[in-house]
Design a binder for this molecule. Structure first.
Ligand SMILES: [Zn+2]
Length: 367
């Protein structure tokens, strides 16, 4: 029988933009449950907003997690097909596994785990006030409920790279599964955050003929990094005319696919790229407050999609891209902080308190 610690340290969000280190009892593990020893957790692009919110507290944040199985009930061993000591990454969804979406394998649409629902059942968003407490990854260990979604990873994959599985999984889902950015396509990605860079990598991997990334002046380091991650060119949309630059860079051929990972306030990006999208183009949009340009959609026969997380298959493909080592993904992993610096880690992800962060990692064992 392995010895486990009696107490587990975790960074707890106790209020809006406030966190504390707290200790919790080692959880009781049922037959269909387990415990993960956290190696590292990435800070997600949505995490600064959750950290600022008054809605979720007290919680242990963090869901881009990589770790090894520390404890495992007998049923969990069968369900998850893992062994103690095996390394895995998790998805944040804790789906019901009974609804019509779960039964189709589309747990990202499960009402129980839906981010737009009243109480999304997701790792990193659940109260730590009651046992088993440890349902977020900014902690030394995490409790694994029966409905945890698990991906096995190679034993020698560096933990930092593995924390990119969900961000790159989003890239695979949004760029290639949702809007067919693939062979022969000319693709514009807007927004060089983790998700936008993930879309660039996935698009390049899928065989697109030209990949252009657009960002702002403050994104210059990320835009330059994108040239090592599969982008052919980048545009500073703050100082350059987006539509005119696209026309110049594509020799007047225009765009087959646009993936706008930004919130696009006021629909400013939309107005620009609609001028240079081709007939039959695919758009992936995230601008929840903009009017839908039905006239343009009809005139150009556009297909418009938006993002709702990612599938199992998208993360599996992302893990294959990561383990292939074809991309300089280690250059995305710019900063690592310990549990006591979770506040800085989250702020850095939002470009506050320090600059130059791309993908920030929390290592719970770093002193
Ligand atoms: Zn369900």
């Amino acid at each position: 029988m392995r010895e486990f610690p009696a107490r587990v340290r975790a960074a707890v969000k106790v209020g809006s933009e406030r966190s504390d280190i707290q200790e919790f009892d080692w959880p009781t593990v049922g037959a269909a449950e387990g415990v993960l020893r956290v190696e590292a957790s990435g800070v997600g692009g949505a995490e600064p907003e959750i950290y600022r919110s008054e809605r979720w507290q007290p919680i242990i944040m963090g869901h881009q997690v990589v770790g090894s199985i520390a404890a495992l009930g007998p049923l969990a061993r069968t369900m998850w097909q893992v062994q103690p000591g095996e390394r895995v990454v998790l998805q944040e969804y804790l789906p019901c596994k009974r609804c019509k979406w779960c039964l189709q394998g589309e747990y990202r649409f499960c009402p129980a785990a839906d981010f737009f629902g009243n109480s999304p059942n997701r790792i990193g968003l659940l109260s730590c006030a009651q046992p088993p407490h440890l349902l977020g990854a900014f902690a030394e260990y995490m409790f694994l409920p029966w409905n945890t979604v698990i991906h096995r990873i190679p034993q020698d994959l560096p933990a930092a790279l593995a924390t990119l599985a969900l961000a790159l999984g989003n890239g695979v889902q949004w760029a290639t599964f949702d809007v067919n950015a693939g062979p022969g396509k000319t693709v514009l990605v807007i927004g060089p955050g983790q998700q936008g860079l993930g879309c660039v990598i996935a698009t390049r991997e899928a065989g697109a003929s030209q990949v252009i990334l657009a960002g702002l002046s403050r994104d210059l380091a990320r835009l330059e990094l994108s040239l090592e991650l599969g982008a052919d060119r980048f545009i500073n949309a703050e100082t350059e005319d987006l539509a005119a630059r696209v026309q110049a860079l594509t020799g007047g051929a225009g765009l087959d696919v646009v993936i706008d990972t930004t919130g696009d306030p006021g629909g400013r990006n939309l107005q620009q790229y609609l001028q240079v999208v081709n007939q039959g183009a695919w758009l992936w949009v995230n601008c929840v407050d903009s009017a839908v340009p039905v006239r343009e959609i009809k005139k150009k026969y556009l297909t418009v999609r938006s993002g709702r997380g990612r599938t199992w298959q998208a993360v599996e493909r992302a893990l294959r891209i990561i383990t292939s080592r074809r991309f300089a993904l280690e250059k995305m992993c710019t900063h690592t902080f310990g549990l006591g610096q979770v506040d800085l880690a989250i702020n850095a992800t939002a470009g506050r308190k320090l600059t130059g962060a791309v993908h920030v990692i929390v290592d719970p064992w770093q002193v």
